[in-house]
Design a protein around this ligand. Structure first.
Ligand SMILES: [Zn+2]
Ligand SMILES: [Zn+2]
Length: 540
């Protein structure tokens, strides 16, 4: 009874965990890495053909995106997920395969000119179709046996349509253990979805930590809608466009839900018929999956809207673009408008065209509505880049950059703690994954302090025996070598850089003391000198 941590270890993307129980091998999630790859993910301990099943927490590509790759390399087992996850996977894995094929074709066209070797896509449409046939849906709340000695149950965690935490019961002769995988835990009071539901008991848990060091501002649906309305009002008044880079699946539907409300309550004045474009074929497909989905996924408000015969994510003036001609036409429409497009982190897709057309215009707003991973274009813009490169062109960032603070698909630190507090029978050990390096380490310390339970943020390749709770192999993260030969800064390097940054802060505060009372200046000086003396003695 062993667990091997593979992906999303000290990283946010690429979720994948390997388990061996009663002679059977299976995975929890098989995700793709997105954005900057920080640590090397260890290969699977066995060939994909020996993996008997995959338990899928939810359809996001960072959890499901390598399923077709697994199939391509011999996996023929079953993929268990909720019904909504299966429906979303069908469109998302096809979309992902399309991107892989497209990128390979583009590279090969380029490669032909420079004489480079043939570039093989990570997987093809055929592989995606193959693994889609292996999807088997299980309802929330129903325990099902998936392998001899292994049974599972999904619980709604309100992160994405169909998302679940997974309870895994394991038996090997007389030894019985239970582990719960949180999956991505949703935020409370989101439109459309239910709030995360608790799980009651486990021997081990594995919890995500995306926002393990952050507290979302207090919010409810009402303030989110008001904030969004204010951004739209301000931008349209200036004659600009609101460009929203949005995840095609989930976030886009939430935004549409909120804009419907804004339009119904006439919260934007002077632009009553403002147009809203959804420029993402995947988003449009996902919207129809949402409306047709299993009612068990929805909160009461959404259910009431559906019961009254309304389409909660549709309104007049909503323009759907499918073809690339329709997409291009958006930029010829001179009227101020809202453009929602994918990808959410601006790494690919049609959003990049809209950024090119709107980023340089100071009357426009780029509104971020989701997590921006390290190393993505979205993160660079969000963090204040003055220019960015799009299609080989330098584009100035003159538009207003805004962020909808309340809106997040992930629970904050408090929400994550709440999920752990929900366990009536506390686990003997907690594993933390799905968080940036520093964040998952900090969050692990925080859990250990709050609950007094041994908590580990394992690096890729770490192995634990779940029968005894013993660590069988401990690894240290291997930083991914950068293209220019430089590895990412080591942990020590990062800490030292933070120290230098803090010392700059001291100078800044000291400089701002000019003209302040003599007493304050004297006290600050004395404290600083004492601090320097203490640390000089300690380190020299
Ligand atoms: Zn997710
Ligand atoms: Zn995730």
């Amino acid at each position: 009874m062993k667990i091997t941590f593979i992906g999303a270890s000290h990283e946010v993307t690429g979720s994948c965990t390997y388990l061996e129980v009663n002679g059977h091998s299976f995975l929890v999630d098989c995700g793709m890495e997105q954005g900057l790859d920080v640590y090397v993910s260890e290969p699977l301990p066995v060939p994909p053909s020996e993996i008997e099943c995959v338990l899928l927490t939810h359809a996001h590509i960072d959890h499901s995106g390598k399923l077709p790759w697994l199939y391509k390399n011999g996996f023929r087992g079953t993929v268990y997920a909720t019904e909504a996850s299966c429906n979303l996977c069908r469109i998302m894995l096809r979309d992902s395969a399309h991107i892989q094929e497209f990128e390979a074709e583009w590279r090969n066209r380029k490669g032909k000119r420079s004489g480079d070797k043939n570039f093989e896509p990570l997987y093809t449409m055929e592989d995606a179709e193959g693994v889609i046939k292996k999807l088997v849906s299980l309802p929330y709340g129903q325990r099902a046996s998936v392998l001899d000695g292994v049974s599972i149950r999904f619980t709604d965690v309100g992160h994405l349509l169909g998302s679940g935490s997974i309870e895994v019961w394991m038996r090997e002769e007389e030894t019985r253990r239970k582990m719960v995988f949180s999956g991505d835990i949703g935020n409370r009071s989101r439109p459309i979805l239910r709030d995360p539901q608790p799980t009651l008991e486990a021997n081990y848990i594995m919890i995500e930590s995306t926002y393990g060091n952050r507290c979302h501002e207090a919010h409810d649906k009402k303030t989110d809608v008001a904030d969004l309305a204010a951004v739209i009002q301000k931008t349209l008044d200036r004659g600009g466009n609101v460009v929203i880079p949005s995840f095609a699946v989930g976030r886009t539907q939430e935004i549409l839900y909120m804009i419907r409300e804004i339009k119904e309550s006439q919260m934007v004045h002077g632009h009553t018929d403002f147009k809203v474009y959804v420029d993402s074929p995947l988003a449009n497909e996902a919207t129809s999956v949402f409306v047709q989905s299993d009612r068990n996924c929805f909160d009461e408000e959404m259910l009431a809207l559906l019961a009254s015969g309304k389409n909660p994510v549709f309104f007049p003036d909503l323009e759907i673009s499918v073809s690339s001609e329709e997409s291009k036409a958006i930029n010829f429409d001179q009227e101020p408008k809202v453009i929602i497009s994918a990808s959410g982190m601006c790494e690919a897709g049609r959003i990049r065209h809209h950024l090119k057309h709107n980023l340089w215009r100071e009357e426009c707003t780029v509104l971020f509505v989701g997590y921006q991973a390290n190393g993505t274009l979205g993160r660079a813009i969000y963090e204040g880049a003055k220019t960015v490169k799009l299609f080989g062109e330098e584009v100035q960032v003159n538009a207003e950059i805004a962020y909808l603070a309340g809106i997040s698909g992930h629970a904050d630190k408090e929400g994550l703690l709440k999920w752990v507090r929900g366990f009536e029978q506390k686990p003997q050990m907690i594993f933390v994954n799905h968080g940036e390096d520093q964040v998952c380490t900090e969050f692990a310390e925080c859990l250990e302090q709050e609950f007094g339970i041994m908590t580990i943020a394992p690096f890729s390749g770490t192995i634990y025996d779940l029968a005894t709770g013993e660590c069988l192999k401990e690894t240290e993260g291997v930083p991914v070598p950068r293209e220019n030969g430089q590895a990412l800064m080591s942990k020590a390097g990062k800490l030292y850089a933070a120290l230098l940054e803090a010392s700059k802060n001291i100078s800044r505060v000291a400089a701002s003391c000019e003209g302040k009372s003599n007493k304050d200046i004297r006290q600050f000086t004395v404290e600083l000198e004492a601090l320097c003396e203490k640390w000089e003695q300690k380190v020299l």
